[in-house]
Design a protein around this ligand. Structure first.
Ligand SMILES: CC(C)(COP(=O)(O)OP(=O)(O)OC[C@H]1O[C@@H](n2cnc3c(N)ncnc32)[C@H](O)[C@@H]1OP(=O)(O)O)[C@@H](O)C(=O)NCCC(=O)NCCS
Length: 198
């Protein structure tokens, strides 16, 4: 097993452009997060397998407690997104594997928070944490083949579409194929360099 590198602590909160704020969810957030899931259940359950298992606010409390545990053991960083203090959704860096230097990004937004680049902006911030603080080598985003808005995010961020995992996720309509998008540390640095030269 490879020794885990000593890393700079990950920021607790992130303030991004345009009033977008990321911070770990607390138990006090459970009612608002649950209400968001409840209010948009029929849309969210199309793509997110955990929605049908979120039946009461107690399930959201359990999710937040698990997120806190995973933050403490270094396996995931889950952030709530707030836009001008309104809850907008959740992004995370999960499946953090320090031995192989890899992790995955996930996201969901309330319907009213979509179409403004928030998930793209938040994912970019997670890439900064992954590559610059955690010193990871590879980030993946996996999206169901029919989920175009989700696939647009890695495409916008310069990920490479590497392949398709057949029937890799069970969704409400049955098994779905997953597109795997990958970004390597060197590609991230190159993209940043080109962006800064513009
Ligand atoms: C996937 C999901 C988060 C994408 O939401 P989104 O709002 O399309 O994504 P972003 O927040 O990055 O916004 C991108 C949109 O904002 C626009 N935009 C505006 N300003 C922008 C900016 N500064 N940067 C990037 N995009 C910007 C883009 O053009 C795009 O609009 P378009 O869809 O009309 O082309 C959302 O559809 C969702 O929550 N779906 C349900 C859950 C889900 O599928 N999760 C993923 C499972 S793999």
């Amino acid at each position: 097993m490879v020794a885990h590198p000593v890393v700079t602590p990950v920021p607790e909160t992130l303030e991004l452009d345009g009033g977008l704020f990321l911070r770990p969810l607390t138990l006090g957030d459970a009612p608002i997060v649950f209400d968001a899931v409840q209010g948009e259940r029929s849309d969210l359950r199309t793509w997110l397998p955990w929605v049908d298992q979120t039946e009461t606010v107690a399930d959201t409390i359990r999710f937040i407690l698990e997120a806190q545990e995973r933050r403490n053991d270094g396996s995931a960083l889950v952030y709530g997104l707030w836009l001008d203090l309104d809850f907008a959704g959740v992004v995370d860096l999960h499946a953090i594997d320090h031995d192989n230097g890899s992790a995955q990004i996930g996201y969901w937004l309330r319907a009213g928070a979509r179409g403004q680049g928030l998930a793209t902006q938040a994912s970019m911030a997670l890439l900064g944490i992954a590559f610059e603080i955690l010193d990871l080598e590879r980030i993946e985003i996996r999206c169901a083949t029919g989920n175009e808005p989700s696939q647009a995010i890695p495409r916008r961020l310069g990920f490479v579409m590497e392949g398709t995992l057949r029937h890799a996720q069970r969704l409400v309509d049955g098994h779905s194929d997953l597109r795997v998008f990958g970004l390597l540390a060197q590609e991230y640095r190159q993209a940043l360099h080109e962006f800064e030269r513009r």
